[in-house]
Design a protein around this ligand. Structure first.
Ligand code: NAP
Length: 160
């Protein structure tokens, strides 16, 4: 199953100049705690900004660059993202979708769970999280932190 994890402000902003528009070490800490020892999936732009695989996690990078694994040891390339999403959406393993915007947009329909850090305020930004219908999800938990609130949403089971 896929869990999407993102930090966004009150206008769904998520990025500026290839990085996050805010400095929230506590949010990075909770990201680490949740993703440690799991598989994480990110787009090439997000990975390039980090510059190296994140330790103690299986790092999958979505890209058209077939030589990514040679360039960055410790990274596994995903070259056909739609096929990857279709093949893995129903696995028992929890796989974290970590952005950026283009990865979120493609993965959202396949995600059972969204872990959203809602950052207080509105920031200058150049990248947004895609618009989504919150009514398709129910709130599982809410955790208030200094400067942000982590809301965990679970996709409602369809009656169809
Ligand atoms: N606030 C947050 O929680 C958060 C989290 C993550 C990222 N971000 C921000 O989001 C921004 C980056 O987002 P972004 O949308 O520009 O980039 P991105 O989603 O990180 O990466 C886009 C790249 O991924 C590859 N890609 C995407 N779809 C693909 C597909 N179907 N098949 C093959 N390759 C595919 C392409 O790489 P190639 O060009 O190599 O083929 C594409 O250029 C940054 O500002 C970052 O800081 C924010």
């Amino acid at each position: 199953m896929f869990t999407l994890i993102v930090a966004m402000d009150e206008e769904r902003n998520i990025g500026k100049n290839g990085w996050m528009p805010w400095h929230l070490p506590d949010d990075l800490k909770q990201f680490k705690a949740r993703t440690l020892n799991h598989t994480i999936v990110m787009g090439k732009t997000t990975f390039a900004a980090i510059g190296k695989p994140l330790p103690k996690r299986r790092n999958l990078v979505v890209t058209h660059d077939l030589s990514i694994e040679e360039k960055y040891p410790g990274v596994e390339g995903v070259f056909d993202f739609q096929e990857y999403l279709k093949r893995n959406w129903n696995t028992p393993e929890e796989i974290f979708i970590c952005g950026g915007s283009r990865i979120y947009a493609q993965a959202l329909p396949y995600c059972h769970k969204l872990v959203i850090s809602w950052v207080d305020g509105v920031f200058e930004a150049d990248t947004k999280f895609p618009a989504f219908d919150e009514s398709e999800f129910e709130v599982e938990s809410i955790e208030k932190h200094e400067g942000f609130t982590v809301k965990t949403l679970r996709r409602k089971v369809s009656d169809a």
